[in-house]
Design a protein around this ligand. Structure first.
Ligand SMILES: Nc1c(NC[C@H](O)[C@H](O)[C@H](O)CO)[nH]c(=O)[nH]c1=O
Ligand SMILES: CC(=O)[C@@H](O)COP(=O)(O)O
Length: 158
C-alpha cells in the first residue's frame, strides 16, 4: 500500500524573502509587534537582508500596500502588522473590516501568503497584552504563520 504523503511546515524550509507591511497608527504597540515578528523570523534562520519593512499611515492603508508589494513578485510572504483600537464611534468597524477584507483578497488574488498580524481590540490594555506581554505577541505569531506557509508551499511545489 502506498504511504500517505503529509506536507506540513518545518523549521528548515521556511527561509525566504519576507515583507512586513506596518500601519504606524498606535505605534506604541505596533513597534512591539514588528520587534516580535522580526525576532521570530531571525530565530528561524531568515536573514536580515531578506526582511523588508514598509510603513503606511494606518490599517486602512495596509491592503493597497500589500497589493503593491505582492505586485513586485519579490517576496515569498507578506506579514501585516497594526493595531486597530476601538474608540467612541463606528470607525473601528470600517477600518478593521476593510483591512482584513483587503488583506485576504490580495492573498488569494496573488497566491501569496499574507499573515494577518493586525490587532483589532476594544482597549489599549488588550493591545498591550497582545504585543508582547501576558497574551503573547501577535506579530510573532503572524510571522510564524507566514514562515509555515512558505515552508508548506515550497514542499508542495517541490
Ligand atoms: N483609528 C485607527 C486608525 N485610523 C486611521 C486609518 O487607518 C487611516 O489611516 C485613516 O482613516 C486615513 O485613511 N488606524 C489604525 O491602524 N488603528 C486605529 O486604531
Ligand atoms: C479605530 C478607530 O478609528 C478609532 O480609534 C477612532 O476613534 P473614535 O471612534 O473615537 O473616533
Amino acid at each position: 500500500m502506498t504511504a500517505i504523503r503529509t506536507i506540513e511546515g518545518d523549521f528548515v524550509t521556511g527561509q525566504g524573502r519576507y515583507a512586513l507591511v506596518v500601519g504606524r497608527f498606535n505605534s506604541f504597540v505596533v513597534e512591539s509587534l514588528v520587534e516580535g515578528a522580526v525576532d521570530s523570523l531571525k530565530r528561524h534562520g531568515v536573514k536580515e537582508s531578506d526582511i523588508t519593512i514598509v510603513r503606511v499611515p494606518g490599517a486602512f492603508e495596509i491592503p493597497l500596500m500589500v497589493k503593491k508589494v505582492a505586485d513586485l513578485k519579490k517576496y515569498d510572504a507578506i506579514i501585516t502588522l497594526g493595531a486597530v483600537i476601538r474608540g467612541g464611534t463606528p470607525h473601528f468597524e470600517y477600518v478593521a473590516g476593510e483591512c482584513v477584507k483587503g488583506v485576504g483578497s490580495v492573498s488569494l488574488e496573488y497566491g501569496i501568503p499574507v499573515a494577518f498580524g493586525v490587532l483589532t481590540v476594544d482597549s489599549i490594555e488588550q493591545a498591550i497584552e497582545r504585543s508582547g506581554t501576558k497574551a503573547g505577541n501577535k506579530g510573532a505569531e503572524a510571522a510564524m504563520s507566514a514562515y509555515e506557509m512558505v515552508s508548506v508551499i515550497k514542499q508542495l511545489e517541490a
